[in-house]
Design a protein around this ligand. Structure first.
Ligand SMILES: CC(C)(COP(=O)(O)OP(=O)(O)OC[C@H]1O[C@@H](n2cnc3c(N)ncnc32)[C@H](O)[C@@H]1OP(=O)(O)O)[C@@H](O)C(=O)NCCC(=O)NCCS
Length: 174
């Protein structure tokens, strides 16, 4: 099924044009209980405002946004944070890898990650870092893609319902 999926890097105009699709994916992930920065109650409008702020970062060259389309629908997204302190020009961070629940287990997250790594390389980055909730599917994905597990930080963040969750930190040299 993955052959029907298209991954695109979105410029600022396309982030604005796809705001509803991007917000829809974020809203769905939070509604599904994912710990991705936001707490319940979380609305589609809030999700749109999140991506409006992301669009400003894309415009300033501080962040990349990739999106996965299946049958014309935006079903997944990931971001590459390029703007880091001056002494880390070679490093980027991966953030907000999100796939709508209706599009999961088709390899879309893997395609997004492979493209994110390729785009980071194109931007001259040689080191990537990310963190993710401990004990969930994303951890297996990163390990499968050759990321190195640093360790677990207990109680690092909260699930949308306020329960604490542990976080695992990963790095990968490109
Ligand atoms: C984590 C997340 C991004 C994974 O998205 P996804 O597109 O389902 O990921 P993939 O399809 O690449 O891989 C997921 C599983 O499907 C399997 N899979 C992939 N293609 C498949 C196929 N064609 N048929 C059957 N299974 C398949 C993978 O092997 C993997 O299995 P595993 O969980 O047992 O290791 C998604 O669950 C999500 O958005 N979660 C909420 C947000 C989140 O936690 N994001 C991570 C924050 S860092």
């Amino acid at each position: 099924m993955t052959e029907q999926v298209e991954i695109r890097r979105l410029g600022v105009a396309e982030v604005h044009a796809q705001l509803d699709g991007l917000a829809g994916v974020l809203f769905d992930c939070v509604a599904g209980g994912a710990s991705v920065s936001y707490l319940a109650p979380f609305s589609h409008e809030h999700a749109r405002s999140v991506f409006e702020a992301v669009a400003a970062e894309v415009e300033q060259g501080r962040r990349l946004v990739l999106a996965a389309f299946a049958g014309g629908d935006l079903v997944g997204t990931v971001q590459v944070i390029l703007a880091l302190p001056p002494n880390q020009p070679h490093r980027a961070e991966i953030a907000k890898l999100l796939v709508h629940r209706s599009g999961r287990r088709r390899g879309i997250a893997q395609l997004l990650m492979e493209r994110a790594e390729a785009e980071a390389r194109t931007e001259g980055k040689t080191l990537l870092v990310l963190d993710t909730v401990t004990g969930e599917g994303a951890e297996r994905l990163y390990e499968r893609l050759g990321w190195n597990r640093v360790g677990v930080i207990p109680g690092y963040a909260l699930y949308p319902d306020g329960r604490p969750c542990d976080t695992t930190v990963f790095w990968k040299a490109l």
